[in-house]
Design a protein around this ligand. Structure first.
Ligand SMILES: [Zn+2]
Length: 201
């Protein structure tokens, strides 16, 4: 799944509009024959987490060392589960039980790090340097995102480029008619395809 020259994390598109959606969108293109995994290594995962704010810019993460394979398995398992939960929610299907189990396990881990502060506010603390902190933030963001969708503050959608892209996004436009993960990528591809069909006809 690793591309021969992985694109820099700084160049990765964050079109989902929510942390949990951008996490799911770290596979490009999801439905392509040889998809690129943006988070192919622990270093890239940490860099991505910093870029998206799931990890503080000043927050160091202990190198996973021998736990590297386990960490990356956790990343991939949660990402797959979240894709299935969000896709089911978009399609109006019941959320798959096995994917929910994974999401709920991370939610529980996230809740363990929550405490009421002296000012009466809920704070997310947890051990410093915890490499799994971004996964916990993502699980919490999933709850917020589903709640926002239920409340009508955003619309969860599949990118209309279903032949390859497979990205998900939060449509917050007033008319709720956004179709593409991004106009500059899938929107343009679709326009070009339509023009080609027209000129061939
Ligand atoms: Zn797309």
């Amino acid at each position: 799944m690793t591309s021969p020259s992985p694109r820099p994390i700084a160049a990765i598109r964050l079109d989902g509009g929510r942390l949990c959606l951008d996490f799911v969108n770290t596979i490009h293109d999801r439905f392509a024959a040889g998809p690129e995994d943006y988070l192919a290594t622990p270093e890239r995962y940490v860099e991505w987490a910093r870029r998206t704010g799931a990890l503080g810019s000043d927050e160091d993460v202990a190198p996973p060392g021998s736990g590297e394979a386990r960490l990356m398995k956790d990343v991939r398992t949660l990402r797959d589960a979240l894709f299935r939960v969000l896709a089911a929610s978009i399609d109006g299907h019941p959320l798959p039980a096995d994917a929910l189990r994974v999401a709920n396990a991370w939610l529980l881990e996230a809740r363990k790090d929550q405490a009421l502060g002296p000012d009466g506010q809920l704070v997310q603390s947890g051990p410093r340097g915890d490499a799994r902190r971004p996964l916990k933030c993502i699980a919490l963001d999933l709850v917020d995102t589903l709640e926002a969708a239920r409340a009508g503050r955003l619309k969860l959608k599949h990118c209309a480029n279903q032949t390859s892209c497979g990205w998900l996004f939060a449509d917050t436009t007033k008319n709720g008619k956004r179709r593409w993960c991004a106009m500059q990528t899938c929107g343009t591809l679709s326009k070009m395809a339509t023009q080609r069909e027209r000129s061939q006809a």
